[in-house]
Design a binder for this molecule. Sequence first.
Ligand code: PLP
Length: 263
Amino acid sequence: MINDTPQALTIAGTDSSGGAGVSADLKTFMAQGVYGGNVIVSVTAQNTRGVQEVQMIPPTVITQQIQSIADDLSISAVKTGMLGDAQTVNTVAKALQTYNFGSYILDPVMVAKGGAKLLRDEAILALKTQLLPLATMVTPNIPEAEVLTEMTIQTHEDVKIAAYKLQLLGAKNVLLKGGHGSELAVYDFVLLADGRHFWLKSQRVDTERTHGTGDTLSAAITAQLTLGLDMKTAVIKSKAYVDATIRDGIQVGHGHGPLNHLA
Ligand code: PLP
């Protein structure tokens, strides 16, 4: 038996096609050598073509799942993904304040690549006021950062300003993902808790198989922190992992296919 197995937790929604949400998180945890617990807050019927149905899980069931984990497992880092509505955001925020799961990575999932809304508008304020102040790191893409900071982001200077705003809103570290643009090079901006900041440049891969990219990046960071890495190294390693899973994609489904976690 292996002692001291590193353990992480994801609190998120399911994806029936296995590419995004909890599926992406658990595959990513495993690929980094980290055991994963999973608290389900929503069940989605979806495939690589889009989201067909969403069913939220009642707050009492979410709270009990988190308590069950807290009573037994030794979690060193936790991430949240799709949270759906304000009631769920409030439930998760309360639980994260009750139990100590170590580092908290907030992936402020709002809209799926196919356009399906994964966070109701009424939940945005709750996410900003209840979860951002608890976050060790927040990992928005540009549209999500625009919603959270209430500013338009067009230039690299705007990206920096938005990252500082997110830190002022309470997130200790910020990873602002540039992948939603159309330029050949992707620039992600990282602002660390101590004020150090840097750009991570990568080459855009010409592929449709990017379903679950955001979930995978935030899950990889969660796993690397579980393993004890410092934030800067965790982000750099996680970005390299995601790039590899995109580059070596697999053919599943007929739309935005999943990443290859065995890459
Ligand atoms: N479904 C669930 C449950 C998710 O958590 C996410 C990711 O954030 C998505 C779908 C969207 O994935 P993508 O935008 O990569 O297609």
